[in-house]
Design a protein around this ligand. Structure first.
Ligand code: 48H
Length: 257
């Protein structure tokens, strides 16, 4: 049978339109497709929740692809091994409490696992604002990343969700937007963004987990964004904290859905 270009085009438009309209109102909207966001999405979707992720870049995976300084291996401590196992990711015991995995295998397996569990991902889309009702985040304001990159003056569209997770990594973009709109109202010690501190792997890994919580009504932080919001240090290319943070964000939100 001869292939028809218009059917190919129609198939893409129809399917994408369905995916888009199916996700205008969700339980959870995750901004950022790095390891913490993907793990949060996986556990929420696995629990049967309607969960959608928006990632600015074409590729999903955030800072995990590059391992440490483009040496594409990651280190994971024992506490997070169960998460690697959940996705069938192979790991190598380097020494007691230090395990390594190929970063490409890790992020591609997590992405596939999360999608198969039910997570919907939109790539090339960026959060540029949030939707709020009297001091509560109730959704996201989105635009195509290429629109932002080109600096075009094109109005965004809006989606609604019961909870939003800021998993935008070091940039902490959702929290920054909220802070800009309602300064001094974050649930941090100062009400402001505390800011990421210098490298201290051990402390950072513990604090990442502690800092994974609601920072403003309706808005949770996970991964590096949690540390930057609450003033934790960075940890370098050890990823257990990111994985466990995603899991904790999902568990905390599940208690409230
Ligand atoms: C849509 C956005 C927007 C936006 C950003 O940086 P990530 O990998 O995030 P985490 O927290 O899951 O993982 C952090 C880890 O990769 C890391 O950097 C570590 C462990 N560093 C330690 C150290 O010492 O440096 O992913 C965040 C994702 C990226 O893909 C961005 O493109 C995306 O969020 N993003 N997506 N709308 N406004 N802002």
């Amino acid at each position: 049978m001869e292939l028809n270009e218009i059917i190919i085009t129609r198939a893409i438009i129809d399917r994408f339109y369905t995916k888009l309209t199916d996700n205008l109102e969700t339980d959870v909207a995750i901004v950022g497709g790095g390891p913490s966001g993907l793990i949060a999405g996986y556990f929420l979707a696995k629990a049967g929740k309607k969960v959608v992720m928006y990632e600015r870049k074409l590729s999903i995976g955030g800072g995990m692809w590059g391992g440490g300084m483009m040496f594409n291996e990651i280190v994971v401590q024992k506490a997070a091994l169960s998460i690697l196992e959940e996705f069938g990711i192979r790991c190598h015991k380097y020494q007691e409490n230090y395990y390594t995995s190929d970063s490409v295998e890790a992020i591609s397996s997590i992405t596939a696992g999360a999608m198969k569990a039910g997570l919907t991902i939109f790539n090339c889309m960026s959060m540029e604002d949030v939707m709020m009702r009297t001091d509560k985040v109730i959704g996201l304001v989105l635009n195509w990343s290429p629109v932002q990159m080109a600096g075009l003056h094109i109005d965004p569209l809006t989606v609604k969700s019961s909870f939003v997770i800021d998993a935008t990594g070091h940039a902490t973009e959702v929290v920054r937007v909220v802070h800009q709109k309602v300064p001094g109202k974050l649930k941090t010690p100062t009400g402001e963004i505390e800011g990421e501190k210098s490298m201290w792997s051990d402390r950072a890994e513990t604090l990442t987990l502690e800092n994974t919580r609601e920072v403003f009504p309706g808005l949770y932080v996970a991964g590096m964004a949690a540390n930057a919001t609450f003033g934790g240090p960075r940890m370098g290319p050890i990823f257990g904290g990111m994985l466990l943070s995603g899991e904790k964000a999902a568990k905390e939100i599940l208690k409230r859905l």
